[in-house]
Design a protein around this ligand. Structure first.
Ligand code: F6P
Length: 333
């Protein structure tokens, strides 16, 4: 831990906001940002509704007590938005004028790749320092082993699929369960392994109906009387209803049901892992700015706080672990 009392901080006044899809742990990250800023005598403004608040001057000065009792709350007390106005040069100019008005010299941007893209453009156009904190349930951000919210969402999905399995088993049914992940299969792969899915369909792998049907035949031959297939929202083979329809055509005797878990996965009190991750990254974002970091994202890799250029965090992607795919196949026999 650096003793900033010994040296001059590179920033004096920071703004913090949450943007894009909410994720459990965003509040814990906000709390860490506000309290770390206060500890080091920085002025801190919370900005409501992401980039919309920057444009509409929705700033609120925050101190340690403004973030009391939120570490355990899902959602985000600052609220969130996917701002269309910020995509326009006029919107960004107004946002910049508001930053100047409040004397903001750096922004802590809590969100996913859309949030980071906005931050990068804003920094390039106006020079306001930016640092990203990865908050999204999808876990699709390069530069951190886990994103804030992912662990909680994974556990929510696992608990829901466990419940679905009770019905699948009791009625000898096949269930297709869709989990979130617009472009990424991390939730699907890991919740699928954790719940013993017979097959897991993710966008990172080229899946085929033949392979899926092969998995059903294998399961049948192994004496299984029910199956759960976990499908990532972004699966390229088709949407879950089409996949289910094709399965029914191939196996008319199957009693098939489809469940889309949807936004239930985004809500709820954050897990311990997400609270600790969010606390470490919120702290890391503020001390990073104080040390002179800019246009980077704070992440945890192998339990170490690291800073990744924001372009890389946006452009690169965490690879799906091929061993996990193999393990899911082996354990489904
Ligand atoms: O990015 C997080 C995420 O939950 C995706 O998994 C999902 O596709 C998307 O957000 C849904 O967004 P919205 O809440 O705007 O429908």
């Amino acid at each position: 831990m650096i003793n900033f009392k010994m040296k001059e901080s590179a920033v004096k006044t920071i703004g913090v906001f949450t943007s894009g899809g909410d994720a459990p742990g965003m509040n814990a990250a906000l709390r860490a940002v506000v309290r770390t800023a206060s500890y080091y005598n920085l002025t801190c403004y919370g900005i409501r509704e992401g980039y919309n608040g920057l444009i509409h001057d929705d700033f609120i000065k925050m101190g340690p007590r403004s973030v009391k009792n939120i570490i355990n709350q899902g959602g985000t007390i600052l609220r969130s938005a996917r701002s269309l106005e910020f995509k326009t040069p006029e919107g960004r100019k107004t946002a910049y004028d508001n930053c100047v008005k409040h004397g903001i010299d750096a922004l802590v941007c809590i969100g996913g790749d859309g949030t980071f893209t906005g931050a990068k453009i804003f920094n390039e156009e106006f020079g306001i320092k930016v640092i990203g904190v990865p908050g999204t349930i999808d876990n699709d951000i390069f530069g951190t082993d886990n994103t804030i919210g992912y662990d909680t969402a994974l556990n929510t999905a696992m608990e829901a699929i466990d419940k679905i399995r009770d019905t699948a088993t009791s009625h000898n049914r096949v269930f297709f369960v869709e989990v979130m992940g617009r472009d990424a299969g991390f939730i699907a792969l890991n919740s699928g392994i954790a719940t013993g899915a017979v097959e897991i369909l993710i966008p990172e792998r080229k899946d085929s109906l033949e392979d899926l049907f092969g998995a059903f035949i294998k399961a049948q031959n192994a004496g299984k009387t029910s199956s759960v297939v976990v499908v990532a929202e972004g699966e390229k083979l088709g949407n879950i209803y089409d996949i289910s329809k094709a399965t029914k055509e191939k196996f008319p005797d199957y009693d098939i049901r489809v469940t889309v878990l949807g936004h239930i996965q985004r809500g709820g009190s954050p897990s311990c892992a997400d609270r600790v991750l969010a606390s470490r990254l919120g702290y890391g974002a503020v001390v990073g700015l104080m040390e002179g970091q800019n246009k980077v994202m704070a992440g945890l890799q192998s339990n170490q706080l690291i800073y990744t250029p924001i372009e890389e965090a946006i452009k690169k992607h965490n690879e799906i672990d091929q061993d996990l795919l193999k393990i899911s196949e082996i354990l489904a026999i």
